[in-house]
Design a protein around this ligand. Sequence first.
Ligand code: HEC
Ligand code: HEC
Length: 261
Amino acid sequence: MIKRSLLLPLLLVIGGVQAQDQTSATGNPGAEIVKVDEKAKADEKAKAEADEKERAEAIKEAMNTLTTTCFGCHTGDDKTKVPENPMPQQSPVQSPSLAGQHPEYIYKQLRDFVSKDGQPIARISADMNTWGLTLLQDVALEKDVRMKTVAEFYAKQKPQLAESKNAKGSEAFMLGQKIWRAGLASKGLPACAACHGPAGKGMAAQYPALAGMFPDYTEAQMKAFRDNVRTNDPSKMMRDIAIKMTDPEIKAVADYAAGLR
Ligand code: HEC
Ligand code: HEC
């Protein structure tokens, strides 16, 4: 595909030269040049259309690859293609819901899994290093485009939201709510809402949405930040926070975030 797109402009150039040669043999070069220009423009348009079609095909093909790889662990909302819930995990770690997540965040994670400063970064499991690489196998579509396409695809899906299990008003619920909304001043713990938004929808490109996230996943990630197992947070933002938290605090806030909408 890449070869073809290189070849086409070359053919157009050669064609243009031949057309010019013909015009010099006729009596009215000016009119012929206009014609040649028009033809060149039409050819260019046809080429652009063909390229666009080719690209759409490539993207479609990439999406098909996805249905067989990513959907096993990350559901979208399309029930015809996707199991109701993430598969009983093949992985020791709960896989997150990606549906509705900020595309820039999804893309950033994929990039980190594949290569962060030249090294694939492992988080809790190495699963995503392998799966991230499957995204790059087909070189027909540039790897960056594949990752961005996947990210945008998931970002547009309607998330299947988890629920909070702690009863409203219970001690654990209140603790989670407090940490989310205000943090714990006594130990310098900032409010999660400051970066992840009051309703957990995340902010801008950098701060992921956590509302409705599977609580086991949130809990596992917090512990991974705390234990320096996950190290790809910019400026150690999450590691500096998680290190201040106890297990019950992490559990309480993970459950609270699951119930946010
Ligand atoms: C075998 C299960 C499995 C498959 C298949 C899989 N993933 Fe994952 N994915 C996981 C797990 C588990 C995590 C959490 C990894 C960790 O923190 O160690 C994860 C994390 C992610 C994250 C980070 C999300 C976040 O909120 O930080 C992204 C993005 C992602 N996967 C995208 C994909 C894409 C795209 C595919 C298909 C090419 C895919 N995954 C296939 C299990 C899987
Ligand atoms: C100073 C800003 C900031 C605050 C405050 C903050 N976070 Fe984060 N959080 C981030 C950033 C940035 C990331 C993305 C890390 C990355 O790019 O890998 C993140 C990522 C996460 C993730 C990983 C999400 C995923 O999909 O893998 C979890 C879980 C999380 N934060 C929970 C919390 C909780 C709980 C609190 C409150 C106790 C909190 N955060 C407070 C900035 C913040």
